[in-house]
Design a protein around this ligand. Structure first.
Ligand code: FMN
Length: 155
């Protein structure tokens, strides 16, 4: 059995495309070594990330990610055990969708089309459905508000 974990968070730090590039290349090197795969999404100042792999390794990585001060309001949406991962292979795929017709925030960071196609073909799978909804800007059940949005409303 593998651990499947899905969380959502609000971006707190200002990330440049280079910052995201660095984060992804470090994550890919580390995750691949641990046999962990997944997909990191960005939309409207929010992150959603799927982590899949050996139970102890995914739980330990999530604890580290959740404590990362560059994001906040980290909300665990799914923590399950599955026979097989939703996405193939270790690493960390990336995808971003623009907010309300605006330009992409990180246009130079390459979107992983295979991972997005997999979300489409996974049909009613609840994790794939939550990730598709997130990319479309729809409210995610149990997802709450990201602090980026909250800050905007408060200010
Ligand atoms: C949204 C987000 C997603 C992240 N995803 C990963 C990841 O998949 N793998 C990883 O090793 N680090 C990831 N990181 C970075 C970790 O939070 C952390 O900085 C890194 O593991 C180094 O940890 P350390 O400083 O305790 O050594 C992510 C950070 C953020 C903000």
């Amino acid at each position: 059995m593998i651990r499947q974990l899905l969380y959502r968070s609000g971006q707190l730090a200002e990330f440049t495309a280079a910052d995201i590039g660095r984060l992804l290349s470090r994550a890919r090197a580390f995750n691949t070594g641990q046999g962990i795969g997944g997909l990191l999404l960005h939309h409207d100042g929010l992150f959603m990330q799927l982590l899949e792999g050996p139970v102890a390794a995914v739980d330990a990585l999530y604890a580290r990610i959740a404590a990362d001060p560059r994001h906040c309001e980290v909300r665990l949406l799914v923590r399950a055990e599955r026979h097989a991962p939703l996405l193939a292979g270790p690493g960390m795929a990336w995808a971003e969708t623009p907010y309300d017709g605006e330009a992409l925030v990180f246009p130079d960071v390459e979107t992983d089309r295979c991972a997005l196609d997999r979300l489409e073909t996974a049909g009613g799978d609840r994790v794939a459905a939550a990730m598709r909804a997130f990319l479309q800007g729809a409210p995610v059940p149990g997802g709450g508000l990201g602090c980026a949005r909250v800050m905007e409303r408060v200010l």
